[in-house]
Ligand binder design. Structure first.
Ligand SMILES: [Zn+2]
Length: 253
């Protein structure tokens, strides 16, 4: 079985995902250090207690997530569930690695470009800048009814959609930013995209879609952010010739 060091893995992934180019809301890269040599890895969307327990039961050396354990503005004390998560990781010598914005924005393995490429969009352009770095993708596709387009999205993400159809009936362009980005509908409208796709929604998005005449699709925060962790897992499998499961935790939000 192939083996690499934790340091090799971290350096490789930090470079691959351009981790230090992002000014993020959380640390990117290694968050909790486990054993120094790595033989099996898993990826997941979030470092929830359920995910960590699953990583323990699968006996992985490294867990790589999109939503890690530490966020700017969190309180410092390690107590409650945070203590329980850290205990599980440390007692089992499992490393936790998190990539947040780098795993949204990457043009091969990120949540957005990977989805656009899979859905065969073309003329792709970076968009949705956060602190100077693009995390989303704008793309075009052959014209189709928005009903069919919605069906394609539901099929791709394997998830229902919450929709505000404020724009055209026939659509051929979209602006995609995974996760909790519903406020970016304004930037999508400024770019004259026919559709805006994100993970979550809130009350203003309904009015914004109609006032800005754009079709809005909320496909689920978690559903839209499975894409990157799965793509990164497949990359790791082939690059390091190492097992890398996707830990699939149910989250309809
Ligand atoms: Zn997210």
């Amino acid at each position: 079985m192939k083996e690499i060091t934790l340091q090799e893995l971290c350096c490789h992934l930090n470079d691959l995902l351009h981790a230090d180019e992002f000014n993020d809301y959380c640390p990117n890269g290694l968050q909790v250090e486990g054993r120094p040599s790595i033989r099996s890895i898993a990826t997941a969307v979030s470092a929830s207690i359920e995910t960590i327990k699953e990583a323990v039961s699968r006996n992985v050396d490294v867990l790589i997530v999109h939503h890690g354990m530490f966020w700017k503005g969190d309180s410092y004390p390690i107590s409650g569930v945070k203590k329980e998560k850290l205990n599980l990781l440390l007692q089992n010598d499992i490393s936790l690695i998190g990539y947040h914005l780098p795993l949204d924005g990457h043009q091969l393995y990120g949540n957005n470009w990977k989805a656009a490429i899979d859905m065969k969009w073309y003329n792709l352009k970076p968009c949705a800048y956060v602190n100077g770095q693009p995390i989303g993708v704008y793309g075009e596709f052959d014209p189709l009814s928005r009903e069919k387009f919605k069906g394609q999205l539901q099929g791709y993400y394997d998830h229902g959609s919450t929709v505000a159809e404020g724009g055209k009936d026939i659509v051929s362009s979209a602006y995609l930013v995974s996760g909790g980005a519903y406020k970016m509908i304004h930037e999508a409208a400024d770019m004259q995209a026919d559709c805006f796709i994100t993970g979550n929604f809130d009350e203003p998005a309904w009015h914004d879609a109609h006032e800005k005449e754009i079709n809005f699709y909320a496909m689920g925060h978690s559903a839209t952010e499975r894409v990157g962790p799965m793509a990164l897992g497949n990359y790791i499998k082939s690059h390091f010739e190492m097992s890398c499961d996707f830990i699939d935790i149910y989250n309809p939000f």
